[in-house]
Design a protein around this ligand. Structure first.
Ligand code: IMP
Ligand code: MG
Length: 176
C-alpha cells in the first residue's frame, strides 16, 4: 500500500513498458560497446533507477560512476546555468563513456555534462536518455540511445522528481 497517494496527473508510461524498453536499450549498448572499456556515468539523481535497470541488461563488464549537475532547484524551469556538483572519481582519459540521463528537455544540462566528460579526456561520449522532450529544445542535442520521446509535459516517477518528490514511483506520471 502506498500511503503517500499519487501525484496530480496520469500514468504516462507504465513500469512494464519501461522495463521492456530499457532491456532493449541494454542489448543495443552491449552490441555497440562489446570489447571496449566502458564507463557508465549515472547523472544523479534522476537517472538512478534507469542506470541500475540498464546495467542489468548490459552484458559485459563496465565501470560505474556518478556525476551530478545542478538541477532546477525547486522550479520546473531551468535557471540557464549548469554547475557540476559531483565529479566522477574514475579517470576518464581514453575511455568510452556512456552518460545515462533521465530526461532531455532544453538540452542545457546534457550539453554541459558532455562538455565536462570531453574536457576530462574521454575517447568517446555517448548518451542514453530515458525520456526526451524534443519540442522544448533550446540547445541542439540528440541522444544516442533513447527510451521514449514524450510531449512537453512535466513528468515524475522512476527517478524523476518535482522539487525532490515522487522519485520512487515505479511508473512515469505526467502532472496536470
Ligand atoms: P534541460 O537542461 O532543460 O535539458 O533539463 C534537463 C534536466 O531537467 C533533467 O536532467 C531533469 O533533471 C530536469 N527535468 C526536465 N524536464 C523534467 C520533467 O519533466 N520532470 C522532471 N525533471 C525534469
Ligand atoms: Mg536530471
Amino acid at each position: 500500500m502506498n500511503t503517500n497517494g499519487h501525484p496530480p496527473g496520469k500514468i504516462l508510461i507504465h513500469a512494464a513498458q519501461i522495463q521492456h524498453r530499457v532491456d532493449a536499450m541494454g542489448w543495443d549498448i552491449t552490441h555497440d560497446f562489446l570489447g571496449q572499456e566502458l564507463v557508465v556515468l549515472c547523472v544523479l539523481k534522476g537517472a538512478l533507477f534507469m542506470t541500475t535497470d540498464l546495467l542489468r541488461h548490459i552484458h559485459m563488464d563496465v565501470k560505474l560512476d556518478f556525476i551530478r549537475a545542478s538541477s532546477y532547484g525547486d522550479g520546473q524551469e531551468s535557471s540557464g546555468e549548469v554547475k557540476i556538483l559531483i565529479e566522477p572519481e574514475t579517470d576518464l582519459r581514453g575511455k568510452a563513456v556512456l552518460a545515462v540521463e533521465d530526461i532531455i528537455d532544453t538540452g542545457l544540462s546534457i550539453n554541459a555534462v558532455v562538455a565536462y566528460i570531453q574536457a576530462r579526456g574521454a575517447a568517446s561520449v555517448k548518451v542514453a536518455a530515458l525520456l526526451d522532450k524534443p519540442a522544448r529544445r533550446k540547445f541542439p542535442f540528440h541522444a544516442d540511445y533513447l527510451g521514449f520521446p514524450i510531449e512537453p509535459k512535466f513528468v515524475v516517477g522512476y527517478g524523476l522528481d518535482d522539487a525532490d518528490r515522487w522519485r520512487n514511483l515505479p511508473d512515469v506520471w505526467a502532472l496536470d
